[in-house]
Design a protein. Structure first.
Length: 188
């Protein structure tokens, strides 16, 4: 793994990170919910590009492994909390995502501190995140531009995405127990 900081994938991740405050400004500063939804769609749809390019260009780095998930988490958290405050997301939906995010974050900290390890991202987790990115962006656009069919589509994708998000969360919990148990199987 390279220790290079300035790579194309890292630049993309960093730009995605910089777009999060712009998203929040659109929601709270301009009250342009539809534009915020479009920007969230861009942030979410470019999520796979940085990882793909890192592998394709042989530019996988520790910095990228930190920046990419940070950009994802911050974008999701900003979108969910922003959507909760701006009345774009149903409270039950937003809180289900927030609670899951907090549990995963605490689990990651525990694993890092106790085992000096991190969990491998699951493909189903990526799918769930993609579904939630799409659903939340569509809800922002649907609410902001008053497009009812898009709100319905958002819920049709968002509810299964949320269920999958939690299923994968329980899988991560099982993975975490195995990591903490160590190679000898005794939890420490």
């Amino acid at each position: 793994m390279k220790r290079v900081v300035f790579t194309i994938p890292n630049l993309i991740s960093f730009l995605r990170l910089l777009l999060v405050p712009v998203f929040l400004w659109l929601v709270f500063g301009r009250d342009d919910i539809a534009a915020a939804g479009w920007l969230l769609g861009i942030i979410g749809s470019t999520d796979w590009i940085d990882g793909y390019l890192a592998r394709r260009l042989n530019q996988v780095s520790k910095v990228g492994e930190f920046l990419d998930p940070m950009a994802d988490r911050l974008a999701v958290i900003a979108a969910v909390i922003g959507g909760l405050v701006a009345d774009v997301l149903a409270p039950w939906f937003a809180w289900a995502i927030i609670v899951r995010e907090v549990l995963i974050a605490v689990g990651a900290l525990v694993i890092g501190a106790r085992a000096g390890a991190k969990l491998t991202v699951r493909r189903m987790g990526k799918l769930a995140t993609l579904m939630l990115y799409a659903a939340i962006a569509w809800l922002y656009i649907g609410v902001g531009a008053d497009v009812e069919w898009l709100r319905w589509l958002a819920w049709a994708v968002g509810v299964p995405g949320l269920i999958l998000y939690w299923v994968v969360g329980f899988q991560y919990y099982s993975d975490a127990k195995q990591v903490l148990a160590g190679p000898d199987g005794a939890a420490g």
